[in-house]
Design a protein around this ligand. Sequence first.
Ligand SMILES: Nc1ncnc2c1ncn2[C@@H]1O[C@H](COP(=O)(O)OP(=O)(O)OP(=O)(O)O)[C@@H](O)[C@H]1O
Length: 231
Amino acid sequence: MIETRELVHAYDGARALDGVSLTVEDGEFLVLAGPNGSGKSTLIRHWNGLLEPDAGEVLVDSQEVSEDLVAARTRVGMVFQNPRDGFVAATVGADVAFGPENLGLERSEIDRRVAGALEAVNLDGRDEDGVGTLSGGEQERLAIAGALAMEPAHLVLDEPFTGLDEPAREAVLDHLETLSTAGTSVIVVTHDLRDVLGLADRLVVLAAGRVVRNGPPESVDLSGLGVRASC
Ligand SMILES: Nc1ncnc2c1ncn2[C@@H]1O[C@H](COP(=O)(O)OP(=O)(O)OP(=O)(O)O)[C@@H](O)[C@H]1O
């Protein structure tokens, strides 16, 4: 479970989060939406300790994030926008294997995870391709595969579908649904709800650093919030 209690975050005195309280249950599929600058990226960065609260608390599986950053980062997997900077190896397979290798897993387990993660993003058979040779959308898919291979308890994806073609979107969505059903919390940050709303248990909308909507997707009124629900 991820618990955020009365979280405040300010950049140079300006509040990007202004008292956010939000709990994400294990296995929940949550969509986090809101207009540009509403605080979505700031909020998720607190969940694995990339930012420190100015006030309030963030707990992952009942432990305060700041008390054990390694634990929080192992339990909360993140896929950020513009993944280009995040790659650590020369080839696709080596890049996805890097995280599981650092967990000290057996080779057979690493190979299983790499194969599964690459299949989930339609990059199977591309292990030997150079990371630098991938298209933008393929790089996004590689970043998702890297997070999947860590098998985190909670998986957070920031605008994961932007550069993905239709088969890749469908493959990733299928995989996220399977993960959520199996008990992984899945949090998708997006302004464009078309793909994900049908899968979501809950929709949370931020505006100006506050939670302004929070409920089952079908019950949330999006009018006037700068969020698009359908094509
Ligand atoms: N590093 C930073 N320094 C200063 N201000 C920042 C920084 N990062 C974000 N902000 C400001 O904090 C507010 C919230 O930004 P944040 O990136 O969390 O919003 P967002 O909802 O993720 O936006 P988007 O949909 O555009 O990605 C914005 O006003 C933004 O300008």
